[in-house]
Design a protein around this ligand. Structure first.
Ligand code: SF4
Length: 333
């Protein structure tokens, strides 16, 4: 057990100032950080408790019609909030698909954004090779058990996937992450918040050291009528996604006026399926068109020996999630 100190921040500014200490880490719900610490993967010297920082536990309507969800809002509170359920059902569904009720009661929205991959080799320090845990050491998953790993956007350095369900919905909804740090406040478009592994798989996000997530902002609701989050996993609950799809539509009859698709369980970050979106926009929604759009998206997949099944699974999941979002009860001929 490492020695560490604990400080409760009295304000956002105080939290940011305290985080400038070497080895400092923010702690909110702690549902991932404590696992990382117990596993010897994180070694903070000082924990900065941010759980009492009002108004980071609030959900507020924005003047433009959007919604601001404070970084300390618990996952269960966000999922069950009236404005989230009615205006952003995609986000509510994704939140409720994640983890267990107990974890959702503790985990915060900001922490959910920062949870680290569940690659077994990352968590098991008996394996020397893991570029995410020990940069330059190699990647045990490339030649090992890689059934759960990435098929899109991976690198020779890392093939891990992002485990968050919530983030898949936020990617589809074009959320914005608001942060504050020693150099002030900035807004990060969701597509730029998480990283692909490239040559630096040890970095999961584009957050700068010492920056604190203050909220996730949602644009005015545009997809409350036609949205569905589909999560496919090895068991019915409390499991990470093999593949998930966040699908949201605006329809004129059967014609797709606008569509948002994002995939989980397939890449180092939530994967916005922009190729499929382009393929579908302006087209009549039917099963054949959806299959073609999904195939076009997955044409860029580079599966590993253990996870080639994900390519077909992802295509079928795109078709099914989009049909369910459209309200179809069976195939659209
Ligand atoms: Fe580590 Fe990434 Fe390889 Fe997993 S996939 S062993 S996290 S480098």
């Amino acid at each position: 057990m490492d020695a560490l100190s604990y400080q409760r921040a009295a304000s956002i500014d105080a939290a940011i100032a305290a985080a400038q200490q070497p080895g400092a880490a923010f702690i909110g719900g702690g549902t991932n950080l404590l696992d990382l610490m117990k596993g010897g993967l994180a070694h903070p010297v000082t924990l900065i408790d941010i759980t009492r920082l009002a108004p980071l536990d609030q959900i507020d309507a924005l003047p433009d019609g959007g919604l601001r969800i404070g970084a300390l809002v618990r996952n269960s509170d966000a999922a069950n909030h009236t404005l989230v359920r009615t205006r952003y059902p995609l986000l509510s569904q994704a939140l409720l698909a994640g983890a267990s009720p107990q974890l959702r009661n503790m985990a915060t929205v900001g922490g959910n954004l920062l949870q680290r991959t569940r690659c077994d080799y990352f968590y098991d320090t008996a394996f020397a090779q893991c570029n995410k845990r020990a940069p330059g050491s190699g990647c045990a998953a490339l030649g090992g058990f890689n059934r759960l790993h990435a098929i899109l956007g991976a690198s020779t350095q890392c093939v891990a996937v992002n485990p968050s369900d919530m983030s898949v919905a936020l990617a589809a909804l074009d959320a914005v992450v608001q942060v504050r740090g020693p150099n002030g406040a900035r807004a990060i478009a969701f597509a730029q918040f998480h990283r692909l592994p490239g040559e630096r798989p040890d970095l999961d996000t584009t957050l700068a050291p010492g920056e604190l997530i203050t909220s996730v902002d949602l644009p005015p609701p545009a997809f409350s009528d036609h949205a569905h989050y589909l999560k496919l996993r090895d068991r019915a609950s409390y499991a990470f996604a093999l593949v998930s799809v966040a699908a949201a539509l605006q329809l004129d009859g059967r014609t797709v006026r606008s569509v948002r698709l994002a995939l989980g369980g397939v890449a180092h970050k939530p994967w916005r399926a922009s190729v499929a979106e382009q393929h579908l926009t302006g087209r009549t929604l039917d099963t054949a068109t959806l299959r073609a759009a999904a195939a076009a998206e997955l044409a860029q997949a580079r599966p590993l020996p253990g996870n080639a099944f994900k390519v077909e699974l992802a295509q079928r999941a795109i078709v099914r999630a989009t049909l369910l979002a459209a309200g179809a009860t069976g195939d659209f001929a």
